[in-house]
Design a protein around this ligand. Structure first.
Ligand code: EPU
Length: 432
């Protein structure tokens, strides 16, 4: 197990290149199971969630051939199981995508579900509702078992109306519908960039999906998916995290390989707080030299401010002049990291889904924990700005979703290093 040791209060200067999007990769890799051929996937982030998914695919009979650091070839022509083992699946929340993929292609899937979670109840009722609408029988217990009821084992296209805007349910039902007989419509669909990316991936393999990125998606079922090549989009949240890092420390970063449209909600908030942000093609120039201004933010589904940037922006607000406010409208318990920020001196009061933040002059280094992926990223942002030394433990959460965070930060002048500490069972599951 690793810890990060950060000597803070140093502005960041230089360039950082953004990796492939984690939340696209963790859906596209399971979706590769649906392809009756070989698919080549590029711009895959090197993160532990991805490594774990490769192990799951391998166990099911897919052949995963690593081509280079960021590209693989997946051959799913000879899948021999639709029941991935509990021990692998429980470690990653996104394993629920295995249900949509396996059910869609083979008419059955038995996948263990992770239990509770780190930032509130994480039901999958909308996923299940969609599978049932497409003609599956679904039983839920320690495992979710889904079986297509039709004689030929294929699902049957149908209209699905989502009661809540859910990224996971939208993608899972989209996957299940791709090989179904007939037309499926998903209304009140989520619109996140990774939903469009998954649809583009599936379409490039032969699927017929229209409307991804709007709240109404239409999927015309096809007989089979063939192989092909696909390149994953850059990670909006990784880019946003570096933006908040330079906002907290001061300095100037060129953040390369981004899709400007995806960054607008984050750029707008930081500009409101006094950060200079300039878009230059697929690069953002981000500079902070003056004081930070207070702001209010409410998390929302895309194109609103992303919940996965909430801990990082709250960390910047903790250093802004005056009183800021954060409302978490997606998850019901995503403020657990506030106790850790307080150890660094932050003045934050939480009442339910609202955090009221009184800006302070600076953080002071202390031992703190990463309590989940984005909370962990926020702890790094805080530590980079803090006076003195901060030790961050449980950083394996961060490594689930950020490729080489330490290396990228060191390259722009951060004093951050990894130290190994004795192992401890952290029951690392259920998040992300
Ligand atoms: N919800 C339901 N029923 C469902 C599904 C969701 O009520 O069947 C509710 C949830 O309880 C929540 C809201 O709907 O209140 C939104 O949940 P959503 O399904 O959109 O979340 P998710 O698909 O489980 C993904 C990301 C999360 C990110 C959320 C919201 C992945 C693997 N995870 O989760 O990312 O916070 O969307 O954008 O894509 C992260 O990367 O750190 C992370 C947690």
């Amino acid at each position: 197990m690793n810890q990060y040791i950060v000597n803070g209060n140093r502005p960041l200067f230089g360039e950082v290149t953004i990796s492939g999007a984690k939340n696209a990769a963790v859906a596209i890799i399971p979706a590769a199971l649906m392809v009756d051929g070989i698919c080549r996937i590029e711009n895959i982030p090197q993160i532990s969630d991805v490594t774990l998914l490769f192990s799951i695919l391998d166990e099911l009979g897919a052949k995963v051939r690593v081509l280079n650091q960021h590209a693989v070839e997946i051959d799913s022509r000879h899948i021999h199981s639709t029941k991935p083992s509990f021990d692998l699946v429980r470690k990653i929340r996104a394993s629920y995508y295995l249900i949509g993929a396996l059910l869609g292609r083979f008419g059955q899937a038995t996948v263990a579900m992770p239990g509770g979670c780190n930032f509130g109840v994480r039901p999958i009722d909308q996923h299940v509702k969609g599978f049932k609408a497409l003609g599956a029988e679904v039983t839920e217990g320690n495992f979710v078992e889904a079986v297509a009821k039709s004689e030929n084992g294929r699902l049957v296209g149908a209209p699905v109306y989502m009661d809540v805007v859910s990224v996971g349910a939208t993608m899972n039902v989209m996957m299940a519908a791709v090989l179904a007989e007939g037309i499926t419509t998903i209304e009140n669909a989520a619109k996140e960039p990774h939903i469009v990316d998954l649809a583009n991936f599936l379409n490039s393999m032969g699927a017929d999906i229209k409307g991804a990125g709007t709240d109404s998606i239409k999927i015309r079922g096809v007989e089979r998916l063939n192989g092909g090549t696909y390149c994953i989009i850059p990670d909006q949240i990784e880019a946003g995290t570096y933006m908040t890092a330079v906002a907290a420390t001061g300095g100037q970063l060129l953040i390369k390989n981004i899709i400007p449209k995806h960054m607008e909600c984050i750029s707008a908030k930081l500009m409101e707080m006094g950060v200079y942000v300039e878009e230059i093609d697929d690069t953002l120039l981000v500079r902070r030299s003056g004081p930070l201004q207070r702001a209010k933010v409410k998390t929302q589904p895309y194109p609103g401010f992303p919940t996965d940037m909430q801990p990082q922006i709250a960390t910047v607000m903790a250093l802004a002049e005056g009183t800021s406010m954060v409302t978490e409208a997606v998850w019901n318990n995503r403020f657990r990291y506030v106790d850790e920020l307080r150890r660094l001196g932050a003045n934050i009061q939480v009442d339910g889904r609202v955090a009221v933040i009184e800006g302070i002059d600076h953080f002071t280094g202390a031992p703190i924990e990463a309590c989940d992926l984005r909370a962990g990223a926020a702890m790094v942002v805080a530590a980079l700005a803090a006076h003195g030394t901060t030790e961050i433990s449980h950083v394996q959460y961060i490594e689930r979703g950020y490729e080489d965070l330490v290396g990228k930060l060191r390259a722009v002048g951060a004093d951050i290093r990894i130290v190994e500490v004795p192992d401890e069972d952290l029951g690392m599951e259920n998040i992300g």
